[in-house]
Structure formats: C-alpha cells, structure tokens
Design a protein around this ligand. Structure first.
Ligand SMILES: Cc1ncc(COP(=O)(O)O)c(C=O)c1O
Length: 325
C-alpha cells in the first residue's frame, strides 16, 4: 500500500506539507545514494509520548554524516529540538522517526562535495516490523547467500542509504525464498546481522552478539539489550560468532528499532532450540517493553518526553511477554 502521508515534514528547518516535500531528480542522492539517515521511535507511554534513545540516534546521524564528510549546521540539541518540533507539529502520540541528511541539487558526477547537504525529518506509523505474531511466535529465517559489506568498502558503522542496497538484496532473496528475514554473514563467513536488525545468540544462558568488526551497524537497540541483559545478571559477549553457533543455539533473536526484540524460531528450516521463544529472549523482551511502555522507572535516561503538558495517556501497548505467550 502506498504511503498514506502523515502531515508535515521538516525540511532544512521548515515544516512542509507531505505532498510538497519533494526534491529535484538531479539531486546527487538520487543518482549516487549519498544520504545517511536514522530510524528512531516515539512511544505512547502512560506518562506521555516519549522518544526512545533520541540523543543516541541523533549522535549516530552526526557520526554517519562525519564519515561521509557531510556537515550540517545543527548540534545535538538542535537535532533533538527539530525532531520534537516535528512530532508536536504533527500531533503524533507515537510514531517512527526518520531523520536524514542527503546531498542535494547542484551538479552531477561522483564527487558530492559541490552539492549541498540537505536535511529532513519525516514521521509515520510503523507497527511491528516482522509482524505482530513474530514478537511472540518468532520468525523463520535463512542464511543469506549475499554477504554483508566487506570492511573498507562501505563503512558499516555509518547508517548510509548505500548500505541498504545490500540489505535490499538480502531481504528480497529471503522473501523470494519464502522467509520473512535472513541473517547475513560477513565476508569471512561469520555471523553479521539481518537486513535491518542486529542478532543475538543464547547458549547455556550466556548471550553472544557479533562485534563491530563483523560488518554490523552499531545498533542502539543492541546497546540497550546488552545493558538490560547485564542488569538482569546475564553475561554478554561481543565476539566473532561462527555460522554454526546459530544452528546449535538455544535461542536466537533479532533486535532493532523497527524489529524491537523478535525471536527467531528457525534458521534454514532447522528449529532454534525447541522452535519457540526462549526464556532469555522473553525476559529481555519484557525488560525492553517495560522501559518503552513506561512500566518501570527510566533508570538509564533513555526516554525524551515530547509534550511538556501532556495528560497521562491510556496505556496503548501491551507488555508483550506477559500477554502474548
Ligand atoms: C543494518 C541494520 N543493523 C542493525 C539495525 C539496528 O539498529 P538500531 O537498533 O539502532 O535501530 C538496523 C536498524 O536501523 C539496521 O538497519
């Protein structure tokens, strides 16, 4: 279904109607994939709408821009205010947040430096990325035949549109083969990540996740899950994860802003554990959703409230672990 459009888009500091938020076909980004972007979420919590890890996302946007030599005259506080202003202008209670920096209209050719760095922030409603049922039931995935981008080709730590050409190949192959997602390996054959999520493996009560050297995006949800797991007393190892560790894992799960915390129940048609969401995944899902639902104190300072004077909202999201098992 085409985008229904959700009101106003922030473009270089101006709020523009959705239908008018266009760029020229000769913009550099259209031809050469020269953009970096973010994906964050705003949740409706009982204390009001709150963006999750907003500063971490906007900092990563700045870092991605730095890698690609894209300078933009907003500091972290400026980005934070621009996002909050856009949510308020659209009067949204919860939404997916997509800020981006892109090379605009000046001249064409591989060299982007002459082209302006433009920025936009758009919002839309985005539910459970891999399907609502997948949060409780888990998803079936395959190992992608495509490798993730090799070190020193495209920088995996930059969340750049160009990287998503690789993600799209992984995703299209998975869908064509009847899966909802895939796990890609790095060029050395070790586990990297999904097309748009990081991966965790659980074995004998210990968590493992590929380290930054395995061509992954340094996911903000990954960081949260490592923190919450350690809070719960689990050992977490960021390390090289061989492919076969997936097949003998007790539990495997995806994490990401879009996917949140989604169990993987089979890989290459082999059951993961007993083929159901496992206890560690469930405990971490519960801990994660408790934070974003506002059910526990925000001890890590991960929530940025949007509306200063908002009356407490009705709780809209169920606690996934509790109600869907
Ligand atoms: C390739 C890739 N890996 C991992 C992630 C998870 O990152 P985050 O938790 O910051 O959303 C994403 C989502 O943006 C992604 O696109």
């Amino acid at each position: 279904m085409a985008f229904p459009g959700t009101g106003k888009i922030w473009m270089n500091g101006k709020l523009v109607e959705w239908k008018d938020a266009t760029i020229h076909i000769a913009s550099h980004v259209v031809h050469y994939g020269s953009s970096v972007f973010e994906g964050a979420r705003c949740y409706a919590t009982p204390k009001g709408s709150a963006c999750f890890r907003l500063d971490a996302h906007m900092r990563r946007l700045q870092m991605s821009g730095k890698i690609y030599r894209m300078e933009y005259p907003l500091d972290l506080a400026g980005w934070r205010d621009a996002v909050l202003e856009t949510i308020r202008a659209n009067e949204m209670k919860s939404c997916y947040i997509r800020p981006l920096l892109y090379r605009g209209y000046d001249s064409l050719g591989v060299n982007p430096l002459a082209c302006p760095v433009d920025a936009a922030i758009m919002l839309w409603d985005w539910g459970a990325y891999l399907g609502k049922e997948a949060l409780a039931e888990g998803c079936d995935v395959q190992i992608a035949s495509w490798s993730r981008i090799a070190p020193n080709t495209l920088p995996a730590m930059a969340k750049s549109a160009a990287n998503y050409a690789n993600s799209a190949l992984i995703k299209m192959e998975a869908i064509g083969d009847g899966y909802s997602e895939a796990i890609a390996l790095d060029v050395y054959g070790n586990v990297s990540e999904g097309s748009g999520q990081n991966v965790f493996v659980v074995r004998d009560g210990v968590l493992y996740t590929p380290s930054l050297g395995s061509s992954i995006l340094a996911g903000i949800t990954r960081d949260c899950i490592m923190t919450l797991a350690r809070d719960l007393g689990y050992t977490v190892n960021e390390t090289v994860v061989p492919r076969e560790a997936l097949y003998i894992a007790d539990e495997v799960f995806f994490v990401g802003t879009a996917a949140e915390v989604t169990p993987v129940r089979s890989i290459d048609k082999m059951k993961v554990g007993n083929g159901r969401r496992g206890p560690v995944t469930e405990a971490l899902q519960r801990a994660f959703f408790d934070v974003i639902n506002g059910d526990v104190p925000d001890t890590h300072g991960w929530l940025t409230y949007v509306y200063a004077d908002e009356a407490p909202l009705r709780k809209e999201r169920p606690a996934v672990g509790a109600s869907r098992s």
